[in-house]
Design a protein around this ligand. Structure first.
Ligand code: ADP
Length: 268
């Protein structure tokens, strides 16, 4: 089982008129602290990701990947610049509206799955709908569980499933509201190679057959090789981008980015 069951594109509502972009960042800066001790985690990120695209974000530790994901997903507020999600400007939005937007229009997949152990698989998948104040649609849960190959597991508890299956439930949960963007943070970090490959194939398939938009932070060149584009962050800025390419080429580019820092570390 690797690919998502094909779903009709017509099942997806048309995107709001006026934008083909799922994510837009303009001049995004994020500074921690002030004055001489200030840390510039993001130093001016400009980015436009079309709907239906799959982007991997890589970079050395401390390069700003987490801060980027948090700012892009409305979990953190940039110090300057603007973020638009699905055509909606989120900069300056109230906390309540931002929470509402995250619940109804974004999906999240984390390294640690983050499923609720006391709920069934189906209840976990329906949770974003309930939190967004929508009527839990059990048919939709069955549909999306079927798409990740777990159509028969709705009544189980997460603890009864393997790690790979749990991450597939998390993916179903991320997709259930047909979000503008799915943000994935090291989605394969806790999985063995074979299981990771399955989850990566599913994410790819969500883009190709469901028209999902995925932004994935990863340190794994094999994971990044599934994306249409790889962004490399270094010291809070986009240092490089590559179109879809091999894990070896991505690993080479990562080595080139980390090598100078390693030398500086040795010299210091
Ligand atoms: P990455 O995810 O690539 O490891 P981060 O986005 O976590 O990078 O961090 C970027 C920079 O911002 C680092 O120098 C880190 O130490 C700093 N940083 C991150 N979060 C905070 C915070 N809450 N307070 C102060 N500095 C922070």
């Amino acid at each position: 089982m690797a690919a998502l069951r094909r779903a009709k594109r017509s099942e997806h509502p048309a995107p709001p008129a006026g934008t083909g972009l799922a994510v837009e960042l303009a001049g995004v800066r994020r500074q921690y602290g002030r004055g001489a001790g200030a840390v510039h985690a993001l130093r001016g990120i400009d980015l436009a990701l079309p709907r239906g695209s799959y982007t991997a974000v890589m970079g050395p530790s401390g390069s700003g990947k987490s801060t980027f994901l948090q700012c892009a997903a409305g979990l953190d507020r940039p110090t300057a610049g603007s973020v638009r999600l699905g055509g909606t400007e989120i900069t300056g939005m109230s906390e309540n509206r931002l929470t509402e937007l995250r619940r109804s229009r974004l999906g999240f997949v984390f390294q640690a799955f983050n499923l609720l152990p006391s709920l069934t698989v189906e209840q976990n998948v329906l949770l974003p709908m309930r939190l967004a104040g929508q009527r839990p649609d059990r048919r939709r849960a069955t549909e999306v569980l079927g798409q990740v190959g777990l159509g028969d597991k709705g009544a189980r508890r997460p603890s009864e499933l393997s790690g790979g299956q749990q991450q597939r439930v998390a993916l179903a949960r991320a997709l259930v509201t047909r979000p503008d963007v799915v943000f994935a943070d090291e989605p394969t970090g806790a999985l063995d190679t074979t299981t990771a490959a399955e989850v990566l194939a599913l994410l790819r398939s969500a883009v190709d057959t469901l028209g999902a938009t995925v932004v994935m932070v990863t340190h794994d060149p094999v994971a990044a090789a599934h994306a249409d584009r790889v962004l490399f962050l270094a010291d809070g800025a986009i240092a490089d981008t590559l179109p879809r390419t091999s894990p070896a080429r991505i690993a080479d580019r990562m080595r080139a980015l980390t090598a100078p820092a390693a030398h500086a570390g040795v010299a210091a």
